[in-house]
Structures are given as structure tokens and as C-alpha cells.
Design a protein around this ligand. Structure first.
Ligand code: DLL
Length: 439
């Protein structure tokens, strides 16, 4: 594979993006009733878009637009030119549908292959693909990308954790991909069997599809003996492979901006924020054929940055803090589950398997109940008799320490309840929902 585009000089990259955007607008004027209508409403035409800098003149596209045009209204090719159809994994409302031509499937494979390479995977390695196969883009997306890179794939899909562990031990793959919460479940199963990191063949874990923080990374890296790296994407744009962390850089992910042009907009004004500030990630697909999207409002909160240690020239994004619709407002403070996770990770002995339950009073969320696990070895190292007074005081203090840490870092009131390791429900494959119903 040729990775040279990842290293283009910035002005060459901007020229490529400009050319692609202009071609896209011509294409949409010809093929998309939906965008033609939007251009007319805004009084713009292809003549107004001369470079990538003009992108802010274009309309924003929302998930609701996809729903309103369900199922195929945004497609710009006839159905017989499609090679594949996927849907979003959303559980509310109508699913959002995405179509791919053969060229789109090739593009999807290419960006996933690039992502796997950045994650440390190399041709000849074996991928244990524990992402769900089906209408979700994770399984097939990683599958085709891995094959494109020249890897072999075990299409095991999610679930049946004992079988996952058996096959990892028998087949000795170098790379695994799944959601970070499912990687924790797999890591726990190894630990339960007394299998240590040095006995596990895995070297790289390609994890995404949900927000996760450094505490989860360090648990997975330590227990599986891997580099755990973040892969981001969404079905509306293509699936996984929109953005990828490099295994030697970590901390943020390159956006493959020759195909997916990113902007960060203010959630209220919908105007671009100054570079480096946090806001909603909005993406334009520069090269897709069956369902190109202009300025798609992902709802995901992040910021863009350049890193002086970067190997590649493309822009990076910080880990997604959360989706704006997962934001909780606790006594007026906006908070995402990942911020709570980050806050309690500063307390030694915490296991990042947790659930948040908003506590409401007079229809206002006033606090969060947090159920959270404590590390068994950490408890044992305290040398308390289980059920002794010393032990229950220790647990109470531990809970208060966590509540204090969250108050200090996030500014909200929480009621923490500690549970023994492995006692709370775990991720059984796929994405986990850490927010439980309001009390
Ligand atoms: O989750 C695609 C995917 C599959 C990405 C496998 C990575 C790996 P959807 O089901 O359409 O697609 O969900 C997209 O998931 O808008 C984010 O809110 C969230 N998401 C995806 N990756 C990450 C990540 C797939 N690395 C939605 N960090 C997105 C945080 C993520 N959130």
C-alpha cells in the first residue's frame, strides 16, 4: 500500500482538499436533489466554492436530514450501483442508512488499512476481529481493511468471551479489535484463568466505537500486554477509519483529512470555534460517491491540534469527550461520563467498570449515583479481615475519596458505592451504556 498522502506538505494537502471539494459540489449539483434544494435555499452555487476555505458557506447536514430522507433519499446513485448498505447502531428512532458503491467500499478498506498500519499492524499479521458483524460498520469495516493491508482475519464477532480467549490462546493473533469495554471483559477472562500478559500473543489492540480514557487504556495494556490505540468513526461518514491514533504517539488521533475534512463548530452558534478549542466535530466526505455528506454534525465533542512529534502532516483530534446527547447536567454543570471516568481514575485501586445513575429532585438532576468496582489485589494488600469494622471504614473512606476527587475535578456531587471486582455487569460485546435510568 502507498501511504504517501499521509505525509503531504500542508499546502499540497489543502490543494487536494480544495480540488476534491469543488468536484464534490459539481457532483452534488448534478446528482443530489437534497443538496440542490439546500444550495438554492442558501443562494449558493458551485461558483461560490473555489477552495476548501469556502467550506463554511455550505449547509450543515444533521442526523434528522438522514431520518427525514429514510431510507435512500440522500443516495446520489441508483440502487443498482450500490455494493453495500449499512445502518447506524443508534437505538432511538429510525436507523440512519448508508450506501456504498464499489469505490466507496474500496475507500472504506483503504482508510481502515491505513488505520491498522498506524495502530502497529503489519501485512502478514493476524487480526482477531471481535467487532460485531452485521449492519454495524465495525465488523465488516475492520475485516475488509485488514485484508486490504494483507493481514489474515478471524471474523469471530462479539460475545462468547470464553471462546474468544480460547481462540486467542490457540491461534495466537498479534492484533485484536473490539470496543474498549469489551477488551476489558476479555482481559478479565484472561486474568480469571491466571494467564498473564507475557503468555498472550497479542501486541496491538485497536479499540473504539465508544469514548474511553487513559485508565481503560492502562488496564488493557497491562493485562493484555498490548499497545491499545483509539480508532474513531461513524457510519454516516463511512464507519471506523475516519480517525486513528498512532501506536508510537498516542494521546490523539490523526483525521484522514484527504477524505474526511473536519471542522469544529460551536454547539450553540454553529460557527467555527478558534483552532484548538472544543466543540462539535463536523465532517465533510470529500470523495464518497453513494452518499456524500456536507458538514455532517457528528454530535461528538472534541478539539483539533497539531503535535510537534507527529510523523504525519494531517491534523489530530483529542479523544472524544462524549456525544452532546450523552451530556448530563448536574445542578447546572455539564458533564460527560468520560469526565467522571477520568476523575476517579486518579484514585488508586479503582477498576473502571462503572455505571452512573442521575438522581433527580423536582425534575432537576442534582447528583449522580456511581456504582464502581474496587481492585481485589488492592483490597487484599490492606490486610483487613473481610467484614471487620476496619474494612468497612476503609471502604467508606475509599468512597469518600472518590467523591472528593470527582467534586474537585468535575465540580459535581456524587454518591459512590463500591462493589467487589467482577461483581457489576460487564460488556458482553459491542458498545456499553454507562448511564442508567434516572431515579
Ligand atoms: O461506532 C463505527 C466504529 C466501529 C468506530 C468500530 C470505531 C470502531 P456508529 O455505530 O455509527 O459507528 O457510531 C458512531 O460512536 O459518533 C461516536 O459517538 C462513537 N464513537 C465511535 N468511535 C469512537 C471513539 C461506529 N473512538 C458514534 N471514541 C460516533 C469515542 C466513538 N466515541
Amino acid at each position: 500500500m502507498d501511504f504517501s498522502v499521509e505525509y503531504l506538505e500542508i499546502d499540497q494537502l489543502r490543494a487536494l482538499q480544495s480540488e476534491r471539494l469543488m468536484n464534490l459540489i459539481d457532483y452534488l449539483e448534478e446528482k443530489s436533489g437534497f443538496y440542490k434544494g439546500k444550495f438554492n435555499e442558501l443562494g449558493i452555487s458551485s461558483q461560490d466554492i473555489r477552495s476548501i476555505e469556502d467550506i463554511s458557506k455550505l449547509p450543515i447536514t444533521y442526523k434528522q436530514d438522514l431520518r427525514d430522507n429514510y431510507p435512500f433519499g440522500l443516495f446520489t446513485v441508483p440502487k443498482n450501483e450500490l455494493q453495500r448498505i449499512h445502518c447506524s447502531s443508534g437505538t432511538t428512532g429510525r436507523p440512519t442508512v448508508v450506501g456504498y458503491t464499489k469505490e466507496d467500499v474500496d475507500l472504506f478498506s483503504e482508510v481502515v488499512a491505513r488505520s491498522l498500519y498506524a495502530a502497529g499492524a503489519r501485512p502478514g499479521m493476524q487480526l482477531h476481529n471481535a467487532y460485531g458483524y452485521g449492519i454495524f460498520t465495525g465488523g465488516l469495516g475492520l475485516h475488509y481493511g485488514a485484508e486490504k493491508l494483507g493481514m489474515s482475519v478471524l471474523p469471530i464477532s462479539g460475545g462468547m468471551t470464553t471462546r474468544q480467549v480460547d481462540l486467542i490462546m490457540d491461534f495466537k493473533p498479534e492484533v485484536i479489535c473490539c470496543s474498549p469495554s469489551y477488551a476489558l471483559t476479555i482481559a478479565d477472562e484472561f486474568a480469571k484463568r491466571g494467564i498473564t500478559a507475557d503468555e498472550i500473543s497479542l501486541k496491538y489492540a485497536v479499540l473504539g466505537s465508544e469514548p474511553w480514557t487513559e485508565i481503560i487504556r492502562s488496564h488493557i495494556e497491562e493485562k493484555l500486554g498490548v499497545h491499545a490505540v483509539n480508532i474513531y468513526g461513524l457510519s454516516e461518514i463511512i464507519g471506523p477509519g475516519v480517525s486513528m491514533e498512532d501506536f508510537e504517539e498516542k494521546g490523539g488521533s490523526y483525521i484522514w483529512e484527504d477524505h474526511f475534512y473536519p471542522e469544529i463548530l460551536d454547539p450553540a452558534t454553529k460557527q467555527p470555534v478558534p483552532f484548538g478549542e472544543e466543540g462539535v466535530l463536523v465532517i465533510t466526505t470529500l470523495t464518497k460517491k453513494a452518499m456524500p455528506l456536507l458538514r455532517y454534525w457528528t454530535n461528538d465533542i472534541t478539539s483539533l491540534y497539531y503535535d510537534k512529534n507527529s510523523k504525519r502532516s494531517m491534523v489530530k483530534m483529542k479523544p472524544i469527550v462524549g456525544r452532546s446527547d450523552d451530556m448530563l447536567i448536574v445542578r447546572g454543570v455539564n458533564v460527560y461520563p468520560s469526565q467522571v471516568e477520568e476523575a476517579f481514575s486518579h484514585v488508586k485501586g479503582v477498576i473502571p467498570n462503572y455505571y452512573l445513575t442521575p438522581v433527580e429532585k423536582e425534575q432537576m438532576c442534582v447528583a449522580l449515583d456511581i456504582d464502581l468496582e474496587i481492585d481485589n489485589d488492592f483490597v487484599t494488600s490492606q490486610n483487613f479481615e473481610k467484614n471487620s469494622d476496619d474494612y468497612s471504614n476503609f471502604i467508606k473512606n475509599f468512597e469518600h475519596t472518590i467523591e472528593g476527587e470527582i467534586k474537585k475535578r468535575v465540580g459535581i456531587t456524587t454518591n459512590v458505592k463500591i462493589h467487589a471486582q467482577d461483581s457489576l455487569p460487564k460488556c458482553e460485546g459491542g458498545k456499553i451504556n454507562r448511564i442508567l435510568k434516572k431515579k
